[in-house]
Design a protein around this ligand. Structure first.
Ligand code: ADP
Ligand code: ZN
Ligand code: ZN
Length: 735
């Protein structure tokens, strides 16, 4: 609705800018401001929107349009753009590629307080002319006031008020009132602490490592994607460290992306010990002030190395010279909700734009990366053997059919555990299910404790005495009797808590540590537990996939995979790939030093073709076989996919929305677009919402993106009430 223009005619010449604002709307908004303001893209502004104000980012100059009533910006928040052109271009690409609103995408690159509009300027104090004049100091008596005057006299640039924590406010106020000091605002200079501790020597690289370093080093000045396929313990990290030392010596920065927060402390110790600097560690659990400090230090170039989980890919580097993505196959590099970016793929985009090399490292590369290698888009390097002479572990399937089981463990596995413990080894048991038991069941009437909001059972957490849903966070007290027939309830199935109890009873005195998300919810807990494992105080280790990611436990000689069957028969088309990656990664924890490693895989399907092949021929061969299967069926990575998800409080509406979309696409889209569905999501109801999905596939990226753009435009005009829908490009999580 056009409003009536009541403003007086514009006196000062004005300019118009498009502003990207947070929120679901995809469009940019135009605002005006006086032409004498020096502005450019990437600066933050506060603008009126509706009845309130929003913080947005200046995007591009706009033409004024006579049809619109264009409002003035309320204020300009920055004096210079906070994001440079290359990063803005990357964010624009990501917004486009992942079909996510530009405003929200841009703001994802800011430290959180800056997102809210916090100014970079801070209040500071300095001596006034009267205060610095001769005799100023003599005129005051209080010693605290004198101290402050002396401190400010020593720092003519001024001191931030936040750095005067020990000076009471009334001391400052008194001196301000006397006119001896003055307040002003200052952009604090970025700061970054030095490394603590001593430097450690680097081992002599073996031939394969040295060859990898040489090859990558030849591409420091160009864009190149290197896939470093190195078996677990082959010394990939040593390769990274050598490259990093080179790049740092040239004065440039390095970004290292890792899949898991839990791993960052180990990386920090290893990196600072070798490179003699303090890396900036970035992950979502970091306090806001630390994040801002790191962000500013990275932007200024003071922080030379960034180690972080996926969002670190959006850090504003001053001069990035190398990117490393460790465990590039790991699904946590992709965000599943909201802004569904894959940090590896964004990192590759940044590397291309900056003309620098990027190294993707893994013992179990994703099929996507293997395919890109086969197509010649990536260059391959391999480290086929373990560094330092350790042998690869031997993997054996353990047939548990008809076997007596105690707490999920067969006699054969128990015997092996005992044997390894008795000769001084450590034993690790992998079970990817936390809690005590996945079900609580009534044996009399068949009642099972379910989540009221999801199509899912609730897990019994015995230590916490709660039933918890692992999908929506619902929890409740544990019922004493069956709510339907009053009989006693029995646990069914095995979780890590129970496994811990079973092992404690069977192997008393050996010490046991459990590593899963429940055990690590307190800060510092992981470090404590890891310390007990490394010191040998704990000889048995039980854990979920947290165990898998990159930990180095030199004394582990036996790894037991408690239940392989669950993963063998996953219903996701990526099930086999995931299973193989997990098995090889868990197996890789065994025998990393001088003890030979053994891996026992409990299964009811010891002759399963995939399992047999994987064990006999190794991951590389197995994965290439899977890739041929995907090629035959036409699934990613051979075709590109996008998943459209819809959910709502009742079952019909989200399904109907997707049916309408599928029909519309069927009529209008390029005929090369393949449309599958809609179908109910594998978990058809979660957190009280009914979920459906529609899978789109195309060999050509453009076909897919054109269809998605058209769909968004078509759907934009008809927003069904109560229904959410979203686009996930290159989806990894199909649940
Ligand atoms: P990855 O990252 O491939 O799992 P790491 O770089 O962590 O492997 O190396 C595994 C172990 O081997 C580490 O303890 C590391 O110190 C050691 N190592 C790596 N390279 C060498 C080498 N060239 N000589 C001796 N030991 C090495
Ligand atoms: Zn009952
Ligand atoms: Zn639930």
């Amino acid at each position: 609705m056009p409003e009536i223009h009541v403003d007086s005619p514009i006196a000062v010449p004005e300019i118009y800018w498009q502003v990207a604002l947070p929120g679901p709307l995809r469009q940019l908004f135009t605002y005006r401001m006086p032409a004498d303001k020096a502005v450019c893209a990437g600066m933050r502004v506060r603008v009126p929107l509706g009845r309130g104000f929003r913080v947005g980012v200046l995007w591009a100059p706009a033409q004024a349009s006579a049809d619109w009533v264009i409002k003035p910006i309320e204020s300009l928040l920055d004096e210079a753009p906070l994001l440079d052109e290359a990063l803005l271009a990357c964010l624009a690409w990501a917004a486009d590629y992942y079909h996510y609103p530009l405003g929200d995408t841009l703001l994802a690159a800011f430290a959180p307080s800056l997102r809210q509009g916090a100014p970079l300027r801070r209040l500071a104090l300095r001596l006034s002319a009267a205060g610095s004049a001769a005799g100023g100091l003599e005129s005051i008596r209080g010693h605290r006031q004198k101290n402050l005057m002396q401190r400010l006299a020593a720092e003519p640039e001024g001191v931030l008020v936040q750095q005067l924590g020990d000076v009471p406010a009334n001391v400052r106020r008194r001196l301000l009132a006397l006119g001896l000091i003055e307040a002003f605002s200052l952009v604090p200079p970025p700061s970054w602490p030095d490394a603590k501790g001593v430097l450690c020597a680097a081992p002599q690289l073996n031939a394969a490592q040295a060859a990898a370093v040489r090859a990558i080093a030849a591409t420091y000045a160009e864009f190149a994607v290197w896939l470093l396929e190195g078996v677990t313990g082959s010394g990939k990290t040593e390769v990274y460290l050598h490259l990093m030392a080179d790049v740092l010596a040239a004065g440039r920065q390095v970004l290292v992306l890792v899949p898991e927060i839990a791993l960052t402390p180990q990386w920090v110790t290893r990196f600072s010990g070798r490179l003699g600097l303090r890396p900036a560690v970035l992950h979502s659990g970091l306090p806001d002030a630390d994040r801002l400090q790191a962000w500013l230090a990275v932007r200024s170039g003071l922080a030379q190395v960034v180690i972080g989980t996926r969002s670190a890919v959006f850090q504003p580097f001053a001069d990035l010279g190398l990117i490393v993505v460790d465990e590039e196959h790991d699904a946590s590099l992709k965000q599943n909700e909201g802004f569904g970016y894959h940090a590896r793929d964004v990192a590759i985009w940044r590397a291309r734009r900056l003309a620098i090399p990027i190294v993707l490292g893994s013992a179990t590369p994703s099929l996507e990366s293997i395919r890109n290698l086969e197509l010649g888009r990536y260059r391959g390097l391999s480290l086929p053997e373990r560094a330092g002479g350790a042998a690869m572990p031997k993997i054996y399937p353990l047939d548990v059919r008809n076997q007596r089981m105690q707490g999920g463990l067969s006699d054969a596995l128990l015997a092996a555990i005992e044997q390894h413990l008795l000769v001084g080894g450590q034993v690790m048991l992998y079970l990817n299910r936390r809690g005590y038991a996945p079900n609580l069941l009534c044996h009399a009437c068949g009642w099972v404790a379910e989540c009221p909001h999801c199509d899912s059972f609730v897990t019994w957490h015995r230590h916490a005495q709660r039933l918890r849903c692992h999908h929506c966070g619902y929890e409740q007290a544990v019922p004493v009797h069956c709510p339907s027939c009053s009989a006693a309830l029995t646990p069914r199935g095995l979780g890590t808590e129970q496994l811990e109890d079973v092992l404690t009873a069977l192997f008393p005195g050996f010490g046991i540590e459990r590593l899963d998300r429940d055990a690590l919810s307190r800060v510092g807990e992981l470090d404590r537990r890891l310390a007990r494992i490394h010191s040998g105080a704990a000889r048995l280790i039980v854990g979920t996939q947290i165990l898998v990611k990159g930990h180095d436990f030199p004394n582990v000689s036996l790894v037991g995979i408690v239940d392989a069957d669950q993963a063998l028969f996953a219903n996701d088309f990526r099930g086999a790939e995931r299973f193989a990656q997990q098995l090889i990664q868990v197996a890789g924890r065994a025998g990393r030093a001088d003890r030979a490693g053994v891996v026992l895989v409990q299964t009811h399907h010891p002759a399963h073709a995939g399992l047999t092949q994987l064990i006999r021929h190794g991951y590389g061969h197995f994965a290439r076989g899977l890739l041929r299967e995907r090629t035959d069926i036409g699934l990613p990575p051979v075709r590109m996919a996008a998943l459209i998800r819809a959910d709502g409080p009742a079952a019909d509406a989200p399904n109907q929305l997707l049916v309408a979309m599928a029909d519309w696409l069927g009529q209008t889209a390029d005929e090369r677009l393949v449309i599958w569905g809609p179908v109910p999501a594998p978990m058809a109801r979660r957190a009280g919402r009914y979920r459906y999905q529609l899978l789109l596939l195309a060999c050509d990226r453009r076909v897919l993106h054109e269809a998605l753009n058209a769909l968004e435009a078509w759907q934009g005009s008809r927003r069904p009430a109560g229904i959410r829908w979203s686009i996930d490009v290159d989806p990894l999580d199909m649940a």
